[in-house]
Ligand binder design. Sequence first.
Ligand SMILES: *[C@@H]1O[C@H](CO)[C@@H](O)[C@H](O)[C@H]1NC(C)=O
Ligand SMILES: *[C@@H]1O[C@H](CO)[C@@H](O)[C@H](O)[C@H]1NC(C)=O
Ligand SMILES: *[C@@H]1O[C@H](CO)[C@@H](O)[C@H](O)[C@H]1NC(C)=O
Ligand SMILES: *[C@@H]1O[C@H](CO)[C@@H](O)[C@H](O)[C@H]1NC(C)=O
Ligand SMILES: *[C@@H]1O[C@H](CO)[C@@H](O)[C@H](O)[C@H]1NC(C)=O
Length: 217
Amino acid sequence: MKRLIWCMWWTWALLVLMGSGGMGCLEEERNALLGIKAAFNSPNGSSLSSWSDDYGSNCCGWKRVVCDNATSRVARLYLNNTRDLDLGAWVIKASLFLPLEELQVLDLSENHLSDLNETLHLKKLKRLYLSNNFLQQIPALYKQTSMEAQNLSSNQLEGPNLEVLDLLGNTLANDALLDIARITSLKALDIKFGGLSASTLMEGTPMKMHSFFTIGN
Ligand SMILES: *[C@@H]1O[C@H](CO)[C@@H](O)[C@H](O)[C@H]1NC(C)=O
Ligand SMILES: *[C@@H]1O[C@H](CO)[C@@H](O)[C@H](O)[C@H]1NC(C)=O
Ligand SMILES: *[C@@H]1O[C@H](CO)[C@@H](O)[C@H](O)[C@H]1NC(C)=O
Ligand SMILES: *[C@@H]1O[C@H](CO)[C@@H](O)[C@H](O)[C@H]1NC(C)=O
Ligand SMILES: *[C@@H]1O[C@H](CO)[C@@H](O)[C@H](O)[C@H]1NC(C)=O
């Protein structure tokens, strides 16, 4: 009897280790990815079929997900060209991505996305690809806490780290550029405003042109 209990205990311990252990991705991140999958498939799509909700499935092994191999945290997410376009224009909640705190690259190109609702508050995000969607405004990237708003110097230190923003092929409204100008960390911007050349639009903004190179139109 004692032996049986020991045997059961070890089996249980082994299962726990496999389910939550150092090799796999975080449960929290796996759940976030499953929420993102559900959003992409709403109401009746069938994308991201390799993303399995089997307990213990390691999300670092899923297609389009790249983890940091040291921490097993999700570092890059390639969701470009993922949505079944027959499902039409849609809005994704930016908060779905929030548990992916270590995310550095997010590719949402070619998904007929018309908006990212709420704030994409990802402090580690360096590259955001949004080309060929139906966006009219720049997604909110960082929301100041009231303390930070009172303290400009700390806000500058803690602002977004975004370096690359790809917005080519969207129908951005003109005032969207003012939001871009606030992202002081940007090094590259890929943009195309209907008809107008990007350099014309740059002139009207407080943005420091020399810190940019402009690709596209
Ligand atoms: C989803 O449903 C809509 C309407 O019911 C239909 O037009 C569309 O083809 C469906 N898409 C898929 C991928 O099943
Ligand atoms: C992570 O992967 C890179 C390249 O694939 C490799 O050079 C590095 O040693 C790996 N780090 C760890 C902790 O495994
Ligand atoms: C998504 O973009 C990456 C490069 O950023 C590319 O290698 C990959 O083929 C693209 N996937 C799809 C389905 O377009
Ligand atoms: C954005 O989210 C809020 C709260 O969840 C909701 O009330 C609003 O309708 C959403 N907007 C869009 C365009 O989906
Ligand atoms: C404002 O930011 C500076 C520099 O980060 C910091 O030393 C100071 O304590 C901050 N003040 C407040 C009220 O947060």
